[in-house]
Write a protein that binds this ligand. Structure first.
Ligand code: ZN
Length: 323
């Protein structure tokens, strides 16, 4: 039993700040960021962080130790390469477009092959006030797990019931063909997942080609290598262009400083490296903005040429507040 008089006496002596420690909030901020792009409204919505593990595994042609060194010099942890998953929602004023879907939960335990921090797109879409049923088109850069596995839910039902799905015919054929289950171990799961997710939209697929305007203001650009039909998308309004670069480069330090390094999940790693170098060179020369799926949240910035490679300049986020 606490002596009431002693307590009052002690309390009178204490400064205000010592009355109670504020508890930690432990509530994450919603994973979305909204900005204007000319006549368009853009919202980047996170699917969560994707950990790749030791850099030597993800970048097999990197000289021993060099990837760790580059990470450390950029104040990043050297033992686990962390990628973001930045899905872009574009409201053109006429249509609502979602670029890539994140991992989802359609493939059961395989949906967490990169751990439990992925698969957050739908929750963050809702937090951003975007109804999945309002999406008119899902545009895919390519149908890998972290880009298309949230097209359907675990029961195979469409998460975007009113959406068409746009991707290249090359990727559609390749990633739904069971004969391609060879090579690296992940190929089986990748093909099963793409097949389940894309089959649910078979009656509403749109095939994209190089230089094709997918919707007004959004042009597909063939960027092969990571997958054989990988496309990036140029988004232009009021004369300003940003390149939605998908998986042209997976890491803002490793593959910009060393664009010719190969990446473990590339279908044709040498072609991927050549495409990356050529297209980043063009983005840097043209001075276009870039929004990258796997770069630090929310993935928006610019590229410049630097040494034998490139440098990433993250755009400052505009502060917008309630009240
Ligand atoms: Zn990816």
């Amino acid at each position: 039993m606490i002596n009431r008089r002693a307590l009052l006496g002690a309390g009178a002596m204490l400064p205000l700040a010592a009355q109670a420690a504020a508890p930690f909030a432990n509530t994450p901020a919603p994973g979305w960021y909204r900005f204007r792009w000319g006549d368009f409204e853009a919202t980047v919505v996170s699917d969560g962080t994707l950990p790749l593990g030791e850099p030597a595994g993800g970048f097999p042609t990197s000289p021993p130790g060099e990837a760790r060194q580059l990470l450390e010099s950029a104040f990043l942890r050297p033992d686990n390469v962390l990628l973001e998953q930045n899905c872009l929602v574009l409201n053109t004023g006429r249509q609502l477009i979602l670029f890539d879907t994140g991992m989802g939960d359609s493939m059961g335990p395989a949906s967490q092959m990169f751990g439990p921090t992925t698969g957050k797109l739908l929750a963050n879409l809702r937090a951003a006030g975007i109804d999945p049923a309002a999406i008119d088109m899902v545009v895919l850069t390519h149908p890998h797990c972290d880009h298309c596995w949230a097209l359907v839910d675990a029961q195979g039902r469409r998460n975007f019931p009113n959406a068409q799905v746009a991707l290249s015919e090359v990727d559609l054929r390749y990633w739904t063909d069971a004969n391609n289950k060879r090579g690296p171990e992940f190929m089986g799961a990748f093909i099963d997942g793409a097949t389940k997710n894309l089959n649910a939209y078979r009656d509403r697929l749109v095939m994209v080609r190089d230089e094709q305007e997918v919707v007004p203001g959004v042009t597909a650009l063939f960027a092969p290598g990571h997958t054989l039909g990988h496309h990036v998308y140029a988004i232009t309004s009021q004369g300003r262009t940003m390149i939605n670069s998908g998986d042209l480069a997976h890491h803002h330090v490793l593959l910009l400083r060393r664009p010719m390094w190969e990446f473990a999940y590339d279908t044709d790693p040498a072609l991927s490296a050549r495409t990356r170098t050529r297209m980043l060179d063009r983005v840097a020369t043209d001075g276009h903005a870039m929004i990258s799926y796997h770069f630090p949240w929310p993935g928006l910035g610019h590229v410049t040429k630097e040494g034998q490679g490139f440098a990433w300049h993250q755009a400052p986020m505009n502060v917008t507040t309630v009240g």
